[in-house]
Design a protein around this ligand. Structure first.
Ligand code: PMP
Length: 309
């Protein structure tokens, strides 16, 4: 078992995938990344890639915005990823990191007249927020407006904003930051979308609240509606609604569904995991591990050889 990368059109050990110091993306943040989960199912002896195609479709949209010529289709990138994961042969949860980037060894701030490349690598990775309930704070850093840096694309340079917020939260003794949009409405966590439960309804900021349209967000919306029969409301959320919500949770490929127990020193759901949050968590963990037949179309098995019997 070893981490490999798809790098400059070849599969190589991760340690051998290296870029030059003059690479444009390193200097100016001119790259886009994705995060895709591979979830290990010990009963099936299988790793399921969760909604890989949707991740590559989002990457392709971001590349279009950033004038990055992604020379593979979403389907081709899915096939490359399956081959890569198979080569690594991990028997635990993994995280797949695709990066499309301005690869020229060339200085000068611009998006034009530069070469592009895409790499993908795989590492073993458990839960991103390493706690069963998160303590959050509202960040003093706001999300940028769409015409500053579009938050709907996972542009590497944009993530300086998220890093400032995350480190501020950790330095102040919290686990995660909740960022507000330029107009003061709630936007999202530093690497997650945010959901509230208010009077039995699921409330979450809308696309126009400067959020990344998360794939986990979409998954949770569909599961809440289809499996729990809940009403979903996508609308601007006031900061003070965070404090009075019945339940709150964060969603992301890396963070899965992480319950929020506290925001700015106010307990949420009495500091416990709320009932609806817990239901969604257990449903989601079965869905991503290929244990819910109705949602197998979201799961791509990476290993061709199934166990005997
Ligand atoms: N918002 C931000 C800022 C993120 O970085 C992420 C992680 N990709 C998310 C939300 C959640 O998106 P997804 O569910 O697609 O991982």
């Amino acid at each position: 078992m070893q981490s490999y990368a798809f790098f400059e059109k070849q599969f190589v050990p991760l340690a051998e995938a290296k870029i030059g110091v003059m690479t444009h993306a390193l200097h100016y943040g001119t790259a886009l990344f994705e995060g895709i989960r591979g979830n290990w199912n010990p009963d099936h002896e299988q790793i399921y890639l969760f909604r890989a195609k949707e991740h590559y479709e989002r990457l392709a949209k971001g590349c279009h915005l950033m004038h990055i010529n992604l020379s593979y289709s979403a389907d081709e990138l899915c096939r490359i990823t399956v081959d890569l994961v198979e080569k690594c042969d991990f028997k635990e949860d993994i995280y797949i990191r695709p990066l499309a980037y301005k690869s020229s060894q060339s200085l000068g701030v611009r998006l034009h007249n530069l070469d592009d490349d895409v790499l993908v690598f795989v590492i073993p990775w458990g839960p991103y927020l390493d706690m069963d309930k998160a303590r959050c704070s509202v960040s003093s850093w706001r999300r940028p407006a769409d015409n500053v840096i579009p938050p709907q694309a996972k542009i590497t340079g944009l993530y300086v904003n998220n890093a400032l917020a995350k480190t501020e939260a950790i330095s102040n003794g919290f686990d995660e930051a909740i960022m507000l949009a330029p107009d003061g409405h709630v936007s999202e966590g530093s690497g997650e979308n945010i959901f509230l439960v208010i009077e039995g309804k699921i409330v979450t900021p809308a696309s126009y609240n400067n959020i990344l349209m998360g794939i986990t967000r979409d998954t949770v919306i569909k599961l809440a509606r289809q499996e729990l029969g809940l009403e979903i409301v996508e609308r601007p959320v006031d900061r003070s609604e965070l404090y009075s919500a019945d339940e709150c949770f964060l969603t992301g490929t890396a963070a899965h569904i992480t319950p929020v127990a506290e925001i700015d020193h106010r307990l949420i759901a009495g500091g416990e995991i709320g009932e609806i949050t817990a239901k969604l968590q257990s449903l989601y963990s079965r869905v991503i591990r290929g244990s819910e037949p109705r949602y197998m179309n979201w799961c791509t098995p990476a290993y061709k050889k199934m166990p005997a019997g």
